[in-house]
Design a protein around this ligand. Structure first.
Ligand SMILES: [Zn+2]
Length: 273
């Protein structure tokens, strides 16, 4: 009945890192071409990525496109990947390429400002990369420390993008936990969902990430997360089935092996009064 929780979150992260590395290498070859044109030898002795850093240092005063400031979250990815983040101008050029690939003319009136709008929109719909879900949960209300029964926040709407097609999937998340050391503000759980939704995702990974962060910060006696979503990549392309809802769950602690606890959670989620 329920989709199997993602058992390979690391594989997903590694694949994402490889993609970013790919992008970094592509921007590298672009920079090396520039260097060759200007008659300077690219530095290759320490491998391609150090050549990129050297090259960056050398052209510091040239009229390079403005490089977006590094987000705090960049500290958590290898330096080479963070350094390889394209400039806004490069990102807009990539959108123009995709518009041409789709068969349209990026110079026509209606599309002229589209690349800038898309890049700006990406800043919002993928803003989760710059947010730290751990920090959202750090402040607990200890005055309700005596409360240890279930806390349920249901029907948290979210919008995400599938990492396979970069097409939206959206739906509702439901989160329940048994607190042990105070509760967090209810809106914080919604922001945790948002933080993970605003990244390229699979529904299974997102469900596990929500459970992971709540588990590691709040250390609840049990946590249950359920995500139900419609994937536009299924509705618009491929099998073209609209209105199909995919459900993923994560049960931890008191919920993990206790059917009664799971039924209680599902009943509370479904019991709309
Ligand atoms: Zn997809």
């Amino acid at each position: 009945m329920y989709a199997k929780p993602d058992s390979h979150p690391m594989t997903t992260r590694i694949a994402r890192a490889e993609d970013a590395m790919d992008a970094a290498l592509k921007s590298l070859s672009y920079r090396l071409t520039e260097t060759e044109e200007s008659g300077m030898e690219p530095t290759r002795q320490n491998g391609a990525l150090s050549a990129m850093r050297n090259d960056n240092a050398r052209v510091a005063e040239a009229p390079e496109p403005e490089i977006a400031p590094l987000p705090a979250s960049a500290q958590r990815v290898p330096d080479a990947i963070a350094t390889g983040r394209p400039s806004r101008e490069e990102a807009e050029a990539a959108v123009r390429t995709l518009l041409r690939w789709a068969g349209d003319d990026p110079t026509r009136e209606g599309l002229r400002d589209t690349p800038a709008r898309v890049v700006k929109a990406y800043g919002q719909i993928f803003g989760g990369y710059e947010q730290d879900a751990d920090a959202l949960l750090e402040r607990v209300f200890e005055e309700v420390e005596g409360y240890s029964d279930i806390v349920l926040v249901r029907d948290i709407p979210f919008y995400s993008h599938c990492e396979h097609h970069m097409v939206p999937f959206m739906g509702l998340a439901h989160i329940a936990y048994y607190p042990t050391k105070g509760v967090v503000g209810l809106s914080k759980l919604a922001r945790v969902v948002d933080t993970f939704a605003r990244r390229l995702q699979t529904q299974e990974t997102m469900t596990a990430q929500i459970a992971d962060v709540i588990e590691s910060i709040l250390k609840p006696r049990g946590i249950a997360v359920m995500v139900e979503a419609e994937h536009l990549c299924m509705a618009m392309r491929g099998v073209q089935k609209a209105g199909v809802s995919t459900i993923t769950t994560q049960f931890r602690g008191a919920f993990r092996n206790d059917a009664n606890e799971q039924v209680r959670f599902l009943t509370l989620v479904r019991n709309k009064s």
